[in-house]
Design a protein around this ligand. Sequence first.
Ligand code: NAG
Ligand code: NAG
Ligand code: NAG
Ligand code: NAG
Ligand code: NAG
Ligand code: NAG
Ligand code: NAG
Ligand code: NAG
Length: 584
Amino acid sequence: MRFLNLPLLVWAVTTFGIASALPQDPLAVRSATASPTVKLHQGTVRGTIDTSYGLEQFFGIPYAKPPVGSLRFAKPQPLDSSSSQTLIDATRFGDICMQPPAPSPLYNMSENCLNLNVVRPKGTSAKDKLPVMVWIYGGAFLQGGTPSYNASELVQKSVEIGKPIVFVAISYRVGPFGFIGGSEVADSDGATSNAGLHDQRLALKWIRHNVAKFGGDKDKITLFGESAGAMSVALQNFANDGDNEGLWHAAIMDSGGIAPGPLLTPKHPTVEQSFKNLAAGVGCKSGSLLKCLRSANATAVQSVANALTAQAGGTFPIPGALAWLPLVDYEFITDYPSVNLPQGKLADIPVIQGNNLDEGPLFAQKQLNNSAQFEQWVRTAAVIYNTSYTEQALQKVFKLYPDIPEQGSPYYNAETSTCAGTTTNLTSRRYPPLASNQYKRSAAFFGDFTFQAHRRTYLKAATLGWKKNRDKVWSFEFQQNDKYANGTGSPLGAYHGSELKYFFVRPDGRVKDPVLQDKMPRAYISFVNYHNPTVLSGWDWPVYREGSKLLQLKGGNTTVIEDTYRKEAMEALTNEKSAKVFGF
Ligand SMILES: *[C@@H]1O[C@H](CO)[C@@H](O)[C@H](O)[C@H]1NC(C)=O
Ligand SMILES: *[C@@H]1O[C@H](CO)[C@@H](O)[C@H](O)[C@H]1NC(C)=O
Ligand SMILES: *[C@@H]1O[C@H](CO)[C@@H](O)[C@H](O)[C@H]1NC(C)=O
Ligand SMILES: *[C@@H]1O[C@H](CO)[C@@H](O)[C@H](O)[C@H]1NC(C)=O
Ligand SMILES: *[C@@H]1O[C@H](CO)[C@@H](O)[C@H](O)[C@H]1NC(C)=O
Ligand SMILES: *[C@@H]1O[C@H](CO)[C@@H](O)[C@H](O)[C@H]1NC(C)=O
Ligand SMILES: *[C@@H]1O[C@H](CO)[C@@H](O)[C@H](O)[C@H]1NC(C)=O
Ligand SMILES: *[C@@H]1O[C@H](CO)[C@@H](O)[C@H](O)[C@H]1NC(C)=O
């Protein structure tokens, strides 16, 4: 297993946030001005003011009872109301959920992690009814936390352009605490396989119920997520037969569709095995393993989960490595996308969904030295969950993701080479910084298999003829490769997560493109306000239904392109037989 779980870590780490992007101490930005307070049923929350950005921020507001003890692995429970005399200190981040440790002086980690943050323009009052953007973090359903996403610039920008928004970031349980499977869980009334998704849904109910008191418009709420966060948004739109209970009204998905890899059921042998291994790891041997797991020390559960994740790596970085994923529980996720989507079971709301040009390189295989090894790796992925890719289908995939470095990712034709080329040679079989000669090929395959093809599946369902909002669907491909001052870009191209710096404070030493820096947040703020990204961005961005057009987001050449790239290859991936397990 050795280095095999490295790509997974990278996925988690890059989507979770890099050290330099960690927020500064919120206490340091507290001003002498009176702290803002908001009265809720659960008490009065007291936040902080950031005078330099002109913001009021409320951190770590609980939205559910702590999911501990008998509530571990259970659906989250709403809070009881309490006296408004109860003061809720919202001046510092709440705890992040259990995960491989991300030590920080700014927050702790515990199971008592169901909380959310609200950031609003300074001086916002309850009567303002500002549109609301709700952020759901990524992190491979294994990691993630709201503190890594600093929305100060975004909210400040919304004020600057005269279209202020309220920003809310919600937490949800991850790893086994959020996504445990197994028969015992499936057969228990008090446990669920999709606790993390239920957390998100309860947070959305809380927001619908309370956001007006913060000056937000409860009838204009847009979800926004990236990577596993985008998958979460897609899954929320898909859950409950597509009935979103009127809790949100539009959605933005950056790099993620409905399936997080394989979509399995709680009783699938692989899932069952993960449950048993977790139980055995913490010393639960007989009787109700679920009950025993509930009484185990959370730190112990987490460390066993970490070890299992590392072991589960197999030869396939993400699907094989992730033991804890959303499952088709036939309750909240009522059936497979291949069954539900053609019936239109998907929330009928305005949507923006896009990908980055080079979704794959962060996760691509670094040890595949020849074509046979590449094929073996794909084969493992395709058969490990008995997906029934036929031999013929596999041969087609091998051919359509050919052993030609020029056709691998980072993609050649996208000018990532103009900057990457200063440090690397894209034509080279041994594309640096790696020695593997199948690296670019595996990156192309993985990016489509995990991210790109799912967008096409989703957009097809979102634009079905009878959908009321079929003409409020936009799509993009982010192709920008930002450069350091010395002109060097990333050798990974426009990689997974690299667009986030245009929305959140995430300094990475590279210079942002001035056009995108202005227009990307404008487009999203526009969408949150008008359910249309073009009003405030001025971009000529056609709706998807008109000829499957995408906006190519690239500094200096932001233009409309057709969503036809690697069409045949992605159709081969999403063939009928594979559709079920991989959620296409
Ligand atoms: C967000 O980032 C800005 C810029 O670095 C910083 O001043 C501010 O303190 C950060 N906010 C939080 C809550 O960390
Ligand atoms: C973390 O927990 C410790 C111990 O309970 C506490 O003293 C500290 O204030 C907490 N830090 C934050 C940021 O909540
Ligand atoms: C759980 O284990 C950790 C680390 O071994 C320990 O610090 C903690 O006190 C334990 N918690 C409980 C509730 O026993
Ligand atoms: C590819 O070659 C490298 C270096 O010799 C080796 O470490 C690696 O194990 C090989 N990969 C496979 C799949 O055999
Ligand atoms: C895959 O299918 C084989 C043959 O039908 C079966 O023996 C095996 O248990 C299945 N594996 C999984 C993980 O479902
Ligand atoms: C890049 O690599 C290719 C294939 O190995 C080689 O033909 C070409 O000369 C290299 N280009 C540069 C600029 O080194
Ligand atoms: C350019 O700057 C970056 C960041 O400082 C550095 O990592 C890289 O090596 C530099 N590249 C060249 C060619 O000087
Ligand atoms: C701009 O992008 C389009 C679409 O990818 C491409 O065809 C065109 O050559 C690019 N133009 C420039 C000047 O790079």
